[in-house]
Design a protein around this ligand. Structure first.
Ligand code: PLP
Length: 321
């Protein structure tokens, strides 16, 4: 399913910025987790699995999408979640609405718990299917190899190419998929930059590299790997996962007011703000930039619940442009 690409035309930006609206991907509020989930579901069906187990915080986009998928198809879903302080979030509420079971465990016991749970389910006669946190793995990577193909098709229709691509990078397969798509296409010129939302280097980049290698290996194309194409920027992680900043705040408001596009503090707002700062610092001007909106709409509403906009005047907001 091809998602739309829109040009940002109401903000005065020094580059020609376009957004690929993967947040409009048509399942469960869209986003990259919905794209990945679709491929996992095909695998579940092929293997005739009848129980889905995954890992992630119950407030994550990944868990919401997987719980929705399981509920739609009438099979049980268990979310193994790290023990965390329990904040109310819209994703968590929806996970409940979908009837998924949540099993909270201390982080150090996650791996054992997953192994035991799968074994127990098999003993009980189920055929469980396990999906790694964030939809990690070659199928997750495949989802964004497909997106790279969509981008190429768009460019072919338009008769020009984007100079650079940016997106929020977390567990790494969104970035790995885009990079693999580029390597497989034989185009090697353009930079695909992942703005890290939490992980620091070298770890964050290493995980992307490993995902790229794993996928290429599976395709029998190991020799295509080139290290210089993995750019993982960790300058904008703030205080880690979910932490905001006044700059992120300003971009969320600007993008919603002037372009009508919602961003959130954890992923897309952080990455968009990071991208703008990065472009400025590196004096990139007049280029065609593609930002991939990886979704997370429910997090926009979490963000909104925490804010009080009553004190802002319309004139103040308009001046921020
Ligand atoms: C999970 C997520 C990401 C990061 O994707 P990875 O493939 O884990 O790097 C980016 N944006 C949103 C909205 C997400 O939910």
């Amino acid at each position: 399913m091809q998602t739309p690409v829109c040009r940002l035309s109401h903000l005065d930006l020094p580059n020609d910025v376009f957004i690929k609206r993967d947040d409009l991907y048509p399942f469960s509020f869209g986003g990259n987790k919905a794209r990945k989930a679709e491929l996992f579901w095909e695998d579940v069906e092929a293997l005739k699995a009848d129980y889905i187990v995954t890992y992630g915080s119950s407030s994550s986009n990944h868990c919401r999408v997987i719980a929705n998928l399981a509920a739609r198809n009438g099979i049980p879903c268990l979310l193994i979640a790290p023990q965390e302080k329990s904040e109310k979030t819209f994703n968590r509420d929806m996970t409940g609405l979908f009837g998924a079971d949540v099993l909270p465990v201390p982080v150090e016991h996650v791996k054992d718990t997953i192994d035991c749970t799968l074994e127990k389910l098999r003993e009980d006669g189920y055929s469980p299917y396990f999906i790694m946190g964030g939809g990690h793995g070659n199928l997750g990577t495949q989802a964004y190899v497909n997106v790279y193909e969509e981008i190429r098709r768009y460019e072919e229709e338009k008769g020009w190419k984007f100079d650079r691509i940016f997106h929020a990078s977390g567990t790494g397969t969104t970035q790995a998929g885009l990079i693999c798509g580029q390597l497989l296409s034989g185009e090697h010129a353009r930079r695909i930059t992942g703005i890290s939302i939490a992980r620091r280097n070298p770890y964050g980049r290493d995980v992307v590299v490993q995902s790229v290698k794993d996928y290429l290996k599976e395709q029998g194309k190991d020799t295509l790997y080139e290290d210089k194409y993995v750019e993982f920027v960790d300058d904008y992680t703030e205080d880690g996962y979910g932490s905001g900043s006044p700059a992120i705040d300003a971009w969320i408001r600007r993008m919603l007011i002037h372009e009508g596009i919602p961003l959130d503090e954890t992923y897309t707002g952080k990455a968009f703000a990071g991208m703008c700062d990065y472009l400025e610092k590196n004096r990139v001007i007049g280029q065609k930039i593609l930002f991939i909106h990886t979704g997370g709409a429910p997090l926009f509403f979490d963000y909104l619940m925490k804010r009080d906009y009553d004190e802002c005047t319309g004139a103040e907001l308009r001046n921020e442009k």
